[in-house]
Design a protein around this ligand. Structure first.
Ligand code: CUA
Length: 227
């Protein structure tokens, strides 16, 4: 989760998010190169007389400054497309979780197991205890096995919502009448936090997502304790 003064991305909790962070840093370096070059050119322009009796055209420089940006853009576009198609891939998921957005809470269905479904409401501030995080903790957390590919299907029952976990690199619109699919696997045990990120009404800010990432054994124990 994000804590005070954290201005950068959260640490990646899934292989995809790690790659997304690498891509972000790569793109930032290219931007830095462009910004320094442009700033240098704009500064030197201040000391330029802007006149030349003999320079009427410059085919070489025109060709260069047309093609160079295209090549630079390809260095961003190629890894971007690689990631885009990597995120679209479903790697033989071990289980499926269904998330349904409601005004204003999420409900979850573990369709691989019988009758395993529940609503997940934010724990209100009045009831907030020292062990919970304000506006981020839910009364029923999603429990998921770590190191296993998981398929997530997302939909909504009323209006648009968006199921978003920054540390997983997952952000999927929850649309009524539509089923969106993403896949991810969680790198480590722990608790991951997320929020709805589609302005969905008065209590949009109060429908957080909490995941408990546990070992496969713990997960099986949790499932069998509920059924
Ligand atoms: Cu649901 Cu915003």
């Amino acid at each position: 989760m994000t804590t005070w003064l954290n201005m950068t991305l959260q640490d990646g909790a899934s292989p995809i998010m790690e790659q997304l962070i690498f891509f972000h840093d790569h793109t930032l370096m290219i931007m830095l190169m462009i910004i320094t070059t442009v700033m240098y050119m704009m500064t030197t322009l201040l000391w330029n007389k802007h006149t030349s009796r003999f320079m009427l055209e410059g085919q070489l420089i025109e060709t260069t400054w047309t093609i160079a940006p295209a090549i630079i853009l390809a260095f961003i576009a190629m890894p971007s497309l690689r990631l885009l198609y990597l995120m679209d891939e479903i790697h033989n998921p071990t289980m499926t979780l269904k998330a349904v957005g409601h005004q204003w809470y999420w409900s979850y269905e573990y369709s691989d197991f019988t009758k395993l479904e529940f609503d997940s409401y934010m724990i209100p501030q009045e009831e907030n205890q020292a062990s919970t995080f304000r506006l981020l903790d839910t009364d029923n957390r999603i429990v998921l096995p770590m190191n296993s590919p998981i398929r997530l299907v997302v939909t909504a029952a009323d209006v648009l919502h968006s199921w978003t976990i920054p540390s997983l690199g997952v952000k999927t619109d929850a649309t009524p009448g539509r089923l969106n699919q993403v896949s991810f696997s969680i790198n480590h045990p722990g608790i991951l936090y997320g929020q709805c990120s589609e302005i969905c009404g008065a209590n949009h800010s109060f429908m957080p997502i909490t995941i408990e990432s546990v070992s496969a054994n713990h997960f099986i124990n949790w499932v069998s304790s509920l059924s």
